[in-house]
Design a protein around this ligand. Structure first.
Ligand SMILES: [Zn+2]
Length: 116
């Protein structure tokens, strides 16, 4: 499962952040996951909840996953719009296909709360 390796990578990063801050515990972790990242949020949450139990520093950490919508911006008329599907849609303003993705590809840690 793709989400397990992502969760493992994030746990490594969280452990490093906690160590750098001399924290005893991680209490809260907020993740930003874009719709286009290909990550299934429920699977990531499940993987995280399982992996955190093996790390005393974060066994009680609450995991909040913020799903970021897929937003395109039209290069022709500058309209920004949210798209539900992953296929290239047309601009809602001028029907152009000349679009840029401005959000939806995120997969990173947004915020960590530590108990020092
Ligand atoms: Zn347009």
């Amino acid at each position: 499962m793709h989400e397990v390796s992502i969760a493992l990578g994030m746990v490594d990063e969280l452990t490093r952040i906690a160590r750098e801050n001399n924290a005893e515990k991680i209490t809260l972790v907020k993740l930003k996951i874009g719709k286009l990242s290909g990550i299934v949020v429920d699977s990531l949450k499940f993987a995280f909840d399982a992996i955190k139990l093996e790390h005393p520093i974060m066994t009680t950490a609450e995991i909040i996953i913020n799903e970021i919508p897929l937003i395109y911006k039209c290069n022709d008329c500058n309209t920004e719009f949210e798209a539900d599907d992953l296929y290239f849609p047309e601009c809602t303003g001028c029907k152009s296909y000349n679009l840029a993705i401005i959000s939806g590809e995120e997969q990173h840690i947004e915020n960590v709360e530590l108990d020092v």
